[in-house]
Every structure is written in structure tokens, then in C-alpha cells.
Write a protein that binds this ligand. Structure first.
Ligand SMILES: NC(=O)c1ccc[n+]([C@@H]2O[C@H](COP(=O)([O-])OP(=O)(O)OC[C@H]3O[C@@H](n4cnc5c(N)ncnc54)[C@H](OP(=O)(O)O)[C@@H]3O)[C@@H](O)[C@H]2O)c1
Length: 362
């Protein structure tokens, strides 16, 4: 039993949270009420967690900036780390356990709140924090590392000694894709595209080479073609940043579906400017639709898949193994105080292209 005194009044937990009404309304820290179950506080399938750290994803800005205000006050955020204060009898967690996770704020209250009450079986991620990992590090990774891990699940076969191209290796998702490829799946060669500011980081994560995307499309494609000429085609290409020009070069860059080759797009907007995002920025491009259609009709030898993060039975073990055996690079841009710094931190993510997570301590 936890020694925390819960601020419950008339079966409602009164907590501070980062909230918003719509795209146009400011983010505000204010008190919200979370209805609890009389007596037990949680239902059998629920957890009550005291939040210790949260982090932001581009998705959180999308959720705010597509919100027209019809749903009333929303609580920001998907990712969190914290301590279980109450555990329902049907959950696998115990009171006092340190956990991290991610759930979609579109369906429920977000995670930027002193306490969160949720059903772990419906969350994207809900895992025990590996021994020695801080709340800040744990909160920085669930959405992006789970997305990165799931990209590899589209590959049918053993990835050992295979060749992987990660478009956007300097991004948060990309940085986990590099680590997971090299140190979990033991792939032979990882090449990443990134800008010079991220090249050291990408090498340290385990990449064998990088291509500077800031030199332009022609230079980038020529570099990749040069690599393939010497080393052979890629077994899997993971596109974190919608760099879909490579679709036009599948014949030269990617193995065919008969050789298990696969191209995986991490679904996301075609802009980094999340403040001014519109519907057109989130719809799949004509190039992508054409490729999917050609493959579905049997007119293309190249398989293209789309990753949308979902819950996974094996993700937690993969992260724990990597962390315990080798350590993980968490790719954190900055750690901030939630009460003094939430707006500045949010603005950084909304502006795009910072490369790395903004984490908040509660
Ligand atoms: N489908 C899903 O379930 C899911 C889940 C999570 C994220 N996402 C999406 O995945 C994308 C990445 O998210 P994130 O959190 O990893 O973003 P992030 O950390 O903010 O990544 C931004 C970085 O991407 C790199 N980049 C931008 N344009 C590039 C290009 N043309 N080529 C190569 N690198 C480029 C830049 O790094 P450098 O310039 O420093 O190299 C930039 O700093 C977002 O669109 C997000 O919405 C989707």
C-alpha cells in the first residue's frame, strides 16, 4: 500500500495537468478532476500512476493542431514514466512498481498530469522500467522506440547480416531503429541518412555509414547507388521522414519481395512545421499510393508497408535486453521542469527538426 495521500474529493482525484481546448487556445496548467471508483479507486483492469516524467512527440502537436474544440478540455501527451499507486487485481502490475508507457490521448485523457488513471491492456506500451533506468530516460522512449522496433517486424526472416537503410537516422524513431538493427537484430550493415549535425550520433548508435541528405536529392541518391554497387541491395529500407523519392529507385536499391526485401514507411506528416499543419500534410502521397497499388495488383516486385505504432508483446523485453546488455542512447534534446518550462518545450517540438526528445520532470 502506498503512503501517498491522494487528493480525492467526492470520488474525484483533483490533479494538475497540461490542458488545451483547441488548436487556437493556449496550453494551460490547470486542475482537472479524474473520477475514481468509490472504495478501491481503480477498477480491476486499471492502474493509477503518479507521473514522474513525460515526453512530447510530434503526434501531440498534431493532436492539438487538428483539434477544433468540439471535445472540450483535453490533456496533452502520450508518453509517461511513473510509480504505480493503485493496481487493479486484473493487471500484472503491483503498487510501488516503476513503469513507463504510452497511450493515445485521442481516446482518453493524456499523460501530462500529476496522476493518470488508465487501462494498461489498451495502451500502446505499458512496461516495468528496467533496473537503473531513470524516469526521464524511460519517459523519452515508448512511442518512438516501439515504432522503430515494429518496423523490423515487416521483414520476414532472420535479419542477421542483412543490409538496412534508415532514412532519417538522426530522428528519434531513426535513432532507435539504428540501435535495434545493429544491437538487437545483429544486422550486417546499417546506413542512415542524416545531416552533419547528427552524423556523430548516428555512428555512435551503431551505423556503419551515413549519407548527408542536406546535400540534395541527386547527391543522396548517387551516394546510395554507389553503396549498393559495391555492397549489394538493401534488405529493408525504413523511411522515418517520408523521403519517398527512393521509391523511384527501388529497382537499384531494394531487394525484391521474393528475396524478402521490404520498404517500411513510418506514417507521419509531410512537414516538420507542426504549427501550420493541414490535412494535405498527413495524406499519403501519390507516389506512395501508386507503389502500394502496383504491389497489390502484382505489378511491382517491391513490397511497401506502413508502420502505425500498436501494442506489442515483445517490445518490453527487447528494450530491457538492449538496456541491460549494452545500454541505450535515449536521444534526449533537453529535460525541463513541467511547471516553468512546458510552453518552451512544446514550442521546440512544434517547430520541428530538433532531433531528439523534450522530456519534462514532474
Ligand atoms: N506512425 C507512427 O506510429 C509514428 C510513431 C512515432 C513517430 N511517427 C512519425 O515519425 C516521424 C519522426 O518522428 P520523431 O519523433 O522521430 O521526429 P524527430 O525526432 O523530431 O526527428 C526530426 C529529425 O529528422 C531528421 N530529418 C528531417 N528531415 C529529414 C530528411 N529529409 N532526411 C533525413 N533526415 C531528416 C532531422 O535530423 P538531422 O537533420 O539532425 O539528421 C530532424 O532533426 C514524425 O513524422 C512522426 O510523426 C510516427
Amino acid at each position: 500500500m502506498s503512503s501517498v495521500t491522494l487528493p480525492i474529493v467526492d470520488n474525484e482525484l483533483k490533479v494538475k495537468a497540461v490542458t488545451y481546448k483547441s488548436k487556437y487556445a493556449p496550453l494551460l496548467i490547470k486542475e482537472i478532476s479524474i473520477p475514481v471508483t468509490p472504495g478501491s479507486i481503480v477498477k480491476q483492469n486499471e492502474l493509477l500512476v503518479q507521473v514522474k516524467a513525460t515526453s512530447l512527440n510530434p503526434l501531440d502537436c498534431l493532436m492539438k493542431n487538428f483539434n477544433k474544440g468540439w471535445l472540450g478540455d483535453r490533456v496533452l501527451g502520450c508518453d509517461f514514466a511513473g510509480v504505480v499507486i493503485k493496481a487493479g487485481s486484473n493487471t500484472v502490475f503491483k503498487e510501488g512498481e516503476e513503469i513507463y508507457g504510452s497511450f493515445m490521448e485521442v481516446f482518453q485523457r493524456g499523460t501530462f498530469s500529476e496522476y493518470i488513471l488508465f487501462d494498461p491492456s489498451t495502451s500502446l506500451v505499458c512496461e516495468k522500467i528496467p533496473n537503473g533506468m531513470s524516469f526521464e530516460d524511460a519517459s523519452s522512449m515508448p512511442m518512438v522506440s516501439c515504432t522503430a522496433y515494429q518496423c523490423f517486424q515487416f521483414y520476414k526472416g532472420d535479419l542477421k547480416d542483412k543490409k538496412v537503410l534508415i532514412l532519417g537516422a538522426g530522428s528519434s524513431v531513426g535513432s532507435y531503429a539504428v540501435q535495434i538493427a545493429k544491437h538487437y537484430f545483429n544486422v550486417g550493415t546499417v546506413i542512415g541518412t542524416c545531416s552533419p549535425r547528427s552524423s556523430d550520433k548516428v555512428f555512435k548508435l551503431g551505423a556503419d555509414g551515413f549519407v548527408d541528405y542536406t546535400k540534395g536529392v541527386t547527391s543522396k541518391i548517387n551516394e546510395l547507388l554507389k553503396f549498393v554497387k559495391i555492397n549489394g541491395k538493401f534488405d529493408i529500407i525504413i523511411d522515418v521522414v517520408r523521403d519517398e523519392i527512393v521509391i523511384d529507385y527501388f529497382d537499384s536499391l531494394l531487394k525484391t519481395y521474393k528475396e524478402n526485401g521490404v520498404f517500411v514507411t513510418v506514417n507521419g506528416p509531410y512537414t516538420d512545421d507542426f504549427k501550420n499543419i493541414g490535412l494535405i500534410d498527413v495524406l499519403p502521397s501519390f507516389r506512395r499510393i501508386k507503389q502500394y497499388t502496383k504491389y497489390a495488383l502484382g505489378l511491382s516486385n517491391y513490397k511497401a508497408e506502413t508502420e502505425i505504432v500498436h501494442s506489442s508483446d515483445t517490445y518490453g523485453e527487447v528494450i530491457a535486453k538492449l538496456y541491460e546488455e549494452r545500454g541505450l542512447n535515449f536521444s534526449i534534446n533537453s529535460v525541463r521542469d513541467i511547471y516553468s518550462d512546458f510552453q518552451e518545450g512544446y514550442d521546440l517540438i512544434e517547430g520541428g527538426k530538433i532531433g531528439g526528445k523534450v522530456v519534462f520532470k514532474w
